[in-house]
Design a binder for this molecule. Structure first.
Ligand code: KG4
Ligand code: ZN
Length: 347
């Protein structure tokens, strides 16, 4: 990755949603530190991320998290070569905290500033601790709370978007269905836990594949199907969830999870065939799901291609992936100006 002989050390900062994170990554990439302050406890009672609360929590945690990342890495600001920050996409009032911190440090330490796309950073998490080679061409699936996207991973800095969700993201569907089933927040791990005791074939939920060649996703119909299953067609009935046995709830969770996994796997297969991929990269919070990991492993074995899936600790938001991607930008001298702004969009 590094064309300089120098061992470059980059401080990465991540505040796009509900995790305040900082990490120091050296050339290699070698992870020198990774600190993540999760806000799950703050958002739990609302059943989802409340932007204002997220922003205030980032403001409170950003200084201690960065200080800890530097201390754990045993580096001083003087030894840092650049400051990188995820500035898009995400919640603007959350991103603004990380962006302001990164700009301030870059200015105060006289270091270059590097702007990172959060989704492109998720792809790097699949390459950390990789056990197999990333052979080109590679297809990348990013499945998170806010995004479900497929890319042709042509270059780490400019992956080509092949498809994205036209409504809910996969993680969002997990979170909403968990709310319908009263399983709590965040929904992904709760559904996965409940599904362990359920029958994935108990309910035949719809699998929306859109048209024959489409690489886009749609999960809102599936979410509505779960709602109708629990409340009756057109929501006319009472929500039966409170009267359901744990085994009925487990069956719904397992059947829903199977439907999401089926769609994701079928779309990955389409993308692989379309670009002739020899590798599949997978990242984002939903990539922590064991059923998805197993199904993708089976698919890639069958197609005889390499699967690089992020280690569970790097699936959800972290700053290691931000600093790792920043190394490519550092080598390309692709630096940002100090008027850098956060942006909610950006595929
Ligand atoms: O990547 P991430 O940390 O944040 C965003 O960039 O959105 O992803 C969070 C999402 C949430 O929707 C959460 O429910 C989902 O990832 N998630 C999971 C699992 N762990 C987290 N979904 C399914 N199974 C899991 N084990
Ligand atoms: Zn994310």
């Amino acid at each position: 990755m590094n064309h300089d002989t120098k061992d470059v050390k980059i401080l990465g900062i991540e505040t796009s949603c509900d995790e305040t994170a900082a990490a120091v990554v050296a050339t290699g990439p070698r992870v020198l530190s990774s600190v993540v302050a999760s806000q799950i406890a703050l958002h739990k009672k609302y059943g989802g991320v409340v932007p204002e609360i997220a922003s205030r929590a980032h403001l409170e945690k950003i200084y201690p998290v960065i200080t800890q990342a530097l201390a754990d890495a045993k580096v001083t600001p003087h030894q840092i070569d650049a400051v990188a920050v995820a500035n898009r996409p995400g919640l603007t009032i959350a991103l603004i905290v990380g962006v302001t911190a990164a700009k301030t440090l870059a200015w105060a330490w006289s270091k270059p500033l590097i702007a990172i796309n959060h989704l492109h950073a998720h792809m790097q998490s699949a390459l950390l601790d990789a056990q197999t080679e990333c052979r080109s061409p590679a297809a990348a699936l990013i499945v998170s709370g806010g995004h479900t996207s497929l890319y042709d991973y042509e270059s780490p800095l400019e992956p080509k978007l092949l498809g994205f969700t036209i409504d809910d993201a996969a993680g969002e569907a997990f979170d909403k269905v968990a709310t319908i089933l009263n399983l709590g927040y965040p929904g992904g791990p709760a559904i996965e836990q409940a599904a362990k005791n359920g029958n994935p074939r108990a309910v035949d939920f719809p699998r929306s594949l859109l048209d024959k060649h489409s690489l886009d996703f749609s999960f809102s119909g599936l979410k509505t199907a779960v709602l109708y299953h629990c409340r009756g067609q057109n929501m006319k009935g009472e929500n039966r969830v409170a009267q359901m046995t744990p085994s009925e709830i487990a069956d719904i969770a397992a059947s829903f999870q199977a439907a999401v996994v089926d769609v994701l796997v079928k779309k990955v297969r389409r993308a692989v065939l379309k670009i002739g991929a020899k590798t599949v990269l997978v990242g984002g919070g939903v990539a922590a799901n064991t059923a998805l990991r197993q199904a993708l492993t089976e698919l890639c074995d069958k197609l005889n291609i390499n699967l690089l899936i992020a280690a569970k600790r790097y699936c959800t938001d972290n700053a290691v992936m931000v600093a790792s991607l920043a190394h490519y930008k550092y080598q390309a001298r692709a630096f940002a100006q100090l008027d850098l702004e956060p942006a909610s969009s950006g595929e």
